[in-house]
Design a protein around this ligand. Structure first.
Ligand SMILES: [Zn+2]
Length: 82
């Protein structure tokens, strides 16, 4: 079972089933946030969402959306930042 990896076109439905969260990262200012996956249809490709968004902090359209897993050892979610 492979759920991580940027080359795999995971959908929102698969994200929900995997227990991961939808992350958003700006490639220009490196702002990282979680997004509510429930706002998108389950057949939406995660990577496509980023192309429709702008960074709320710097206005860049160079943002990426991807699946985020809990830390394998600590069980914590990566912290939002920037
Ligand atoms: Zn930004």
């Amino acid at each position: 079972m492979t759920l991580l990896g940027e080359d795999i076109p995971m959908t929102i439905g698969e994200l929900n089933a995997s227990g991961q969260r939808l992350g958003l990262k700006c490639q220009d200012c490196h702002r990282f946030r979680y997004m509510r996956a429930a706002r998108y249809p389950v057949d939406t490709k995660i990577a496509v969402i980023g192309g429709t968004l702008r960074c709320a902090q710097c206005g860049s359209k160079n943002v990426q959306t991807f699946a985020v897993a809990r830390h394998a050892e600590t069980g914590y979610w990566p912290a939002e930042g920037n």
